[in-house]
Design a protein around this ligand. Structure first.
Ligand SMILES: Nc1ncnc2c1ncn2[C@@H]1O[C@H](COP(=O)(O)OP(=O)(O)OP(=O)(O)O)[C@@H](O)[C@H]1O
Ligand SMILES: [Mg+2]
Length: 266
């Protein structure tokens, strides 16, 4: 048993997990260098908590390193997103022009929204992908009724899914996450949660099927923002609430003392 453990440790030392830096220095340090390569991380938080800005930091770091990056947006038009990025001093325009960066608006009202998304992820050969946000897709889990079914899905009758909401939703979300895994990209998915909610995603499922969860929060009374690493595959990390700020350049983890999570409130 001990021998196995020592062997595993030795192998890990010799073949360390490849890391993809997010571009937020203290956060990358807390993660042992960044996100594990080819992983999918959920970024969750209430409105205005900085989910989009963290994703911008992640993608901007990618394009600066010469990587190919994709931003899939379901809620906001591309023009508005670029203005927001400009506002924090991250200019994506040159990278859109040189083909390293692509923003794609997915219209949830269109029947082919899943096909468009999946084809882009699978055919684009992207190093980094952001999906902002998964919430509209989780509220409209329709892909099993479309043509883009995996072999497994064809075995099921869609009518049966409708009767059992939870497994249906889980399979649907797994399909999206597995598409990202198949494409071998490193991905961030955002999920909206309500102010004061203890949940990590709106759907209550995504946090279980991804490799990592970063949780953003703020206290409206003091305007203090925090970031916590709730889970991360192959990574030793703490679960403290790290004070953070949003300013020109995006997110910074501030050197104030991290807040240890207290006992759950009853
Ligand atoms: N240039 C800036 N300087 C300082 N803070 C900024 C700047 N731009 C945005 N912010 C802060 O970031 C917040 C927006 O963050 P962001 O868009 O990442 O939130 P979000 O979590 O994606 O929200 P939502 O769920 O509503 O989409 C603003 O409400 C503001 O507090
Ligand atoms: Mg947002």
């Amino acid at each position: 048993m001990q021998e196995n453990f020592e062997l595993k440790k030795k192998m890990q030392k010799e073949n360390p997990i490849e890391r993809v830096p997010i571009g937020v220095p203290k956060l990358d340090e807390l993660l042992g260098g960044g996100l594990p390569k080819r992983s999918t991380t959920l970024v969750s938080g209430p409105p205005g908590s900085g989910k989009l800005i963290l994703c911008y930091n992640f993608l901007y770091t990618g394009v600066k390193r010469g990587e190919k990056c994709l931003f899939l947006t379901l809620d906001k038009q591309v023009e508005g997103l670029l203005t927001q990025a400009d506002g924090i001093g991250l200019d994506f325009q040159p990278y859109i022009e040189n083909g390293r960066m692509k923003f794609l608006f997915l219209n949830i009202n269109k029947k082919l929204v899943y096909e468009t998304m999946i084809d882009e992820i699978l055919s684009g050969n992207y190093d980094r992908v952001v999906l902002d946000s998964i919430t509209p897709l989780s509220e409209m889990p329709i892909h099993v009724l479309g043509e883009h079914r995996s072999d497994d899905f064809t075995e099921h009758d869609p009518e049966e899914f409708k009767k059992q909401e939870i497994p249906f939703l889980r399979l649907h979300l797994m399909f999206i996450v597995q598409t990202l895994e198949t494409s071998k990209t490193t991905a961030m998915i955002t999920s909206e949660i309500q102010m004061g909610s203890q949940m990590l995603s709106r759907d209550g499922v995504t946090e279980y099927i991804v490799d990592g969860v970063l949780s953003l929060a703020y206290n409206p009374d003091s305007s203090n923002r925090t970031l916590s690493i709730i889970k991360m595959r192959n990574t030793k990390h703490n679960m403290f609430k790290h004070p953070m700020e949003i300013d020109v350049g995006g997110i910074t983890i501030t050197p104030k003392t991290a807040i240890r999570p207290g006992p759950p409130s009853s």
